[in-house]
Ligand binder design. Structure first.
Ligand code: HMH
Length: 222
C-alpha cells in the first residue's frame, strides 16, 4: 500500500497532538497568553524564518529537476520577499524594532530546530528535507484550523492574537500547506517500509522540536 502524509502523522500521533494542541496555542486562541511570551516567540520566530529561508535555498541545491528547483525558488522568495517583511511589521506593532531583531541571540530551541532541519537536508535528499520542513508548513495551517473549531477560541478585536490566527488560516497559507501535502504524497507513494521508518524518525524529531519551540515561548527560555 502506498504511504501518504497522513501515515507520518498517525505514526507520531502523540507528538503531533502535543504540538498542535500545545498550551501556547490554546492560550493564543483564548487570548490569555502573556504578551511577554508572545513577544519572545515572535523574536525567535524571526530568527527561525531566516534559517527556514536557508533551508529552501538548500532545497534548491538538492533539486534534481527543474520543477523541484522552481518550487524551492518560490519557497525562498515567499519567505524573503513576503513573510519576513510581514513578520518585521508585525513585530513593530508589538513594540519590537528591526534593530532589536537584527541583534537577537538565538534561543537554544531555535538553534536546535533550525540546525536539525538543515542537517537532515544536508545528510539526506530532497524528500528528507521536505519531511523535516513539513511540521512547520502543515502544522501551522492545522493549528489555525484546530483553533477555529475550538469553542474556547476568541476571534476578532477582543483577542490580541487574532491577526496571528488570521495569517495561518489565510488562503495563501492554506494553499501552500495543501501544495506541500500533495508534493509529499506523490513521493511517499513510492517509498519502501524501511525508508518510511527513516522518514518517520525525521518527522517525529521535527515535531518534537516544534513542541520545544512552543515551550521556549511559554517559558521565555533563552
Ligand atoms: C517555529 C515555526 N514553525 C512553523 C512556522 C510556519 O511557517 C513558523 N513561522 N515558525
Amino acid at each position: 500500500m502506498p504511504y501518504q502524509f497522513e501515515d507520518l502523522k498517525h505514526a507520531c500521533q502523540a507528538e503531533w497532538q502535543a504540538y498542535i494542541e500545545h498550551g501556547f496555542v490554546r492560550q493564543l486562541g483564548d487570548g490569555s497568553l502573556a504578551p511577554e511570551a508572545f513577544q519572545h516567540y515572535l523574536k525567535q520566530d524571526y530568527l527561525f524564518l531566516i534559517q527556514f529561508a536557508r533551508a529552501y535555498a538548500l532545497a534548491a541545491y538538492k533539486s534534481p529537476t527543474l520543477s523541484d528547483l522552481r518550487q524551492a525558488k518560490e519557497g525562498l522568495q515567499a519567505i524573503v520577499d513576503v513573510e519576513l517583511d510581514l513578520h518585521i511589521s508585525y513585530c513593530n506593532a508589538w513594540g519590537i524594532s528591526e534593530e532589536e531583531l537584527a541583534n537577537l541571540p538565538e534561543a537554544r530551541a531555535t538553534l536546535a530546530y533550525t540546525r536539525y532541519v538543515l542537517d537532515t537536508g544536508n545528510r539526506g535528499d530532497l524528500l528528507d528535507l521536505h519531511v523535516a520542513l513539513s511540521p512547520c508548513m502543515v502544522g501551522y495551517g492545522e493549528i489555525a484550523n484546530w483553533l477555529n473549531n475550538r469553542a474556547q477560541t476568541i476571534r476578532g478585536d477582543s483577542n490580541p492574537y487574532d491577526a496571528w490566527i488570521a495569517m495561518y488560516e489565510s488562503d495563501e497559507f492554506q494553499d501552500a500547506m495543501q501544495a506541500e501535502i500533495r508534493w509529499l504524497n506523490e513521493r511517499l507513494g513510492d517509498v519502501s517500509p524501511t525508508r518510511f521508518e527513516q522518514l518517520t524518525r525525521v518527522f517525529r524529531d521535527a515535531t518534537r522540536l516544534e513542541i520545544d519551540f512552543w515551550d521556549m515561548g511559554l517559558h521565555l527560555s533563552d
